[in-house]
Design a binder for this molecule. Structure first.
Ligand SMILES: [Zn+2]
Length: 653
């Protein structure tokens, strides 16, 4: 989702979070609040999980003149554990005129936003709760922890008003009775909205019916047949113009996908919005290729304009304030990441926002490749403004933390780029993501679900990656010391970290760009596994400079120094006949065999700085295990009793 600034009533609050929410998607979600309060306590949440929501049906009367609404909400569910009370949430400004349980008028009680309905049904039985209610959803004054579940504002360019909903993360109960627990997706939903003639009401799924009621009102019936999170149900009312186009992903088995947009019909807005809408089919086709077929292809995708500064990824009907390609593609990407696969916890909102942010990169990479570098640079620049901060967090009631622009969005997007670099195989990267989305589609997941899934599909141990980049804080500052020896290059990569108490070192593949005499530049990939690593790069040609560390910006990092050190040679002293001993294989990851002709010898292994690592006195064996050695360049010295000695460099893989 992308947040809005239009209705912020508290300038002071704005100051407090402005620095962290400049990302358009986070703005719409955070509003002016630092802390969000869930209606349900932990104990009540356990109780609410004793039933399973199947279906929300909203039948509402709305206008574009205010946030006032009235109507009936139905909640269909099943009892999954013994319980005597159904717990729902509904903000107190919504006045209940009647509540029915299975069609029979029922008593209920309300404490603030908590709605309790007594029930006496056995486990496995189904129930329907119908709530007739009306009221004006709260303002931020009435609900200091929300107040923007429903908004109404004037669009100056059309001289008319729009009413829209944004229920994320805990604001759905401001406009309909619901259960705000992520792990309980409803199986489907329906939103029927009656509005004065001349207005259009939009929502999730398919527009099943438009009825002129003959009394000056029109009723729009939308039905969504897919599992849906409570906060992705939406309603928008405005004097829209409908603008339809179609997407045709190559993996779509049937007809094309309808892209049903609702834009402002004035002359100035129409052409700009249409031009942006015309990009959407290509974006849908791109993501269908990368992530698997658009998950709601049997219904539609669409955009409804509303005066919010960003957008909100309502399932199949994004609400967007700014028709700009990175925003529209971000919200579209959420249909796979955040909607089809929902988040099981706001601690792992990265699965939604990180991937939607990375979706912006994928779109640019495919359609506007000249713009990708600037996007990644902007992410990195933002992350590097502070030393710490992890993507994963436990502050699930702090809305500003959940939707923190720097961490959830920019670091979140940047590390997916790093993950792609780590996997180093785009086909495998996307196939793994498709497999994950297919496995967890229609359900919810956390970051560790993705980790386990990617590990199984790629065979790569991703524990270091997740510990260092997702759960951990900070970034590396990377320096290099290098020297060219003939056609070979010795490189020492040293890095410090900005939060050594959290991540003392990063282990990650790193690219190095070398410029060469008479040859084009070359990029070499090395694996850093510690604060200091050494590499022996053979057959490089005549290298004139190690010009850039991480030239393709795969990794969030700061530049240290790059120094050519002529003394970095691991100089070889020789007074044993070079032909008298051999080492093979070299390089090796396991064992090397050393042969010599000089009788009993002493073998010493030193690192490239000359620090002794291991000594084997009076060696009579001619084989050495080096599997315990860290990757890098080492010196093996052979010396005889009479003091003759010789050294060779080896490379431990
Ligand atoms: Zn988003």
């Amino acid at each position: 989702m992308k947040p809005y600034l239009a209705l912020i009533t508290s300038f002071l609050s704005f100051i407090a979070w402005n620095q962290e929410v400049e990302h358009a998607c986070s703005e719409a979600k955070i509003h002016a609040k630092q802390i969000g309060i869930k209606t349900l306590t932990a104990l009540q949440e356990v109780k609410a999980n004793a039933y399973d929501v199947h279906f929300y049906s909203l039948d509402l009367n709305m206008t574009n003149q205010s946030t006032l609404l009235s109507g009936t909400a139905e909640i269909h569910g099943t009892i999954v554990q013994n319980l005597d009370t159904i717990l729902l949430e509904l903000f107190p400004t919504q006045v209940i005129s009647q509540l029915r349980l299975n069609g029979v008028t029922s008593t209920y009680s309300r404490v603030n936003s908590l709605l309790k309905i007594g029930i006496n049904q056995s486990v496995g039985s189904s129930f329907v709760i119908s709530v007739d209610y009306s009221g004006t959803p709260p303002t931020s004054v009435q609900n200091p922890f929300g107040g923007s579940g429903v908004s109404n504002a004037t669009v100056s360019t059309i001289g008319n008003k729009v009413t829209w909903t944004v229920s994320c993360p805990f604001l759905a109960h401001e406009w309909f009775p619901c259960k705000q627990i992520l792990r309980d997706k409803a199986d489907s939903s329906a939103v029927r909205i009656t509005v004065p003639n001349g207005l259009i009401a939009t929502s999730n799924g398919t527009l099943e019916q438009t009825e002129d009621l003959g009394n000056g009102f029109t009723r729009f019936t939308w039905k969504n047949h897919h599992p849906i999170l409570y906060y992705l149900i939406c309603a928008t009312v405005a004097p829209y113009t409908e603008y339809v186009n179609y997407a045709n992903p190559i993996n779509l088995p049937g007809d094309s996908i309808k892209v049903q947009n609702f834009i402002y019909g004035n002359a100035t807005g129409l052409s700009q919005a249409q031009a942006q809408c015309d990009l959407l089919p290509g974006f849908i086709e791109l993501y269908s290729d990368k992530f698997g077929l658009y998950p709601f292809s049997d219904e539609k995708y669409g955009i409804s304009l509303a005066p919010l500064s960003g957008g909100m990824e309502h399932q199949t009907m994004t609400t967007v304030g700014v028709m700009e390609k990175k925003i529209t593609t971000h919200e579209l990407c959420h249909q796979w990441w955040g909607d089809h696969v929902g988040i099981a916890s706001f601690s792992d909102v990265w699965l939604s926002e990180g991937f939607a942010t990375y979706g912006e990169y994928i779109m640019l990479e495919n359609f506007y490749p000249a713009e990708t570098a600037a996007l990644v640079n902007a992410w990195h620049s933002s992350v590097l403004t502070a030393a710490g901060g992890s993507i994963w967090h436990t502050d699930t009631l702090n809305i500003a933390r959940i939707y923190n622009s720097r961490l959830t969005y920019k670091k979140g997007g940047a590390i997916i780029h790093t993950l792609r670099h780590l996997i180093n195989n785009d086909s495998l990267f996307y196939a793994s993501l498709r497999s994950f989305l297919s496995t967890y589609g229609d359900n919810v997941a956390v970051g560790l679900d993705l980790k386990a899934h990617l590990e199984a599909s790629t065979g790569i141990d991703l524990t270091p990656f997740f510990e260092q980049w997702y759960f951990g804080e900070g970034y590396p500052t990377i320096s290099a010391r290098w020297n060219s020896i003939g056609n070979d290059v010795l490189v020492e990569i040293n890095h410090t970290t900005s939060m050594p108490t959290s991540v003392p070192y990063f282990s990650i593949p790193l690219e190095l760009r070398f410029t060469r005499n008479g040859l084009s530049d070359t990029i070499v990939r090395v694996n850093i596994t510690d604060n200091s690593d050494q590499f022996f790069l053979s057959g490089m040609g005549s290298v004139s400079a190690l010009s850039t560390i991480d030239p393709n910006n795969w990794i969030i990092n700061k530049n240290g120094t790059i120094v050519q050190d002529p003394t970095f040679t691991a100089a070889v002293e020789t007074n044993i006949d070079e032909d008298s001993w051999t080492i093979y294989p070299n390089p090796s990851s396991d064992e090397i065999t050393i042969t010599w002709k000089n009788g009993e010898c002493t073998l010493r292994i030193m690192d490239s700085r000359g620090q002794l690592v291991q000594t084997i006195d009076q060696a009579t064996e001619n084989q050495m295990k080096i599997s315990g050695l860290k990757s890098g360049v080492y010196i093996i010295e052979i010396s005889t009793a009479n003091g003759a000695r010789s050294q060779r460099r080896i490379l431990s893989l």
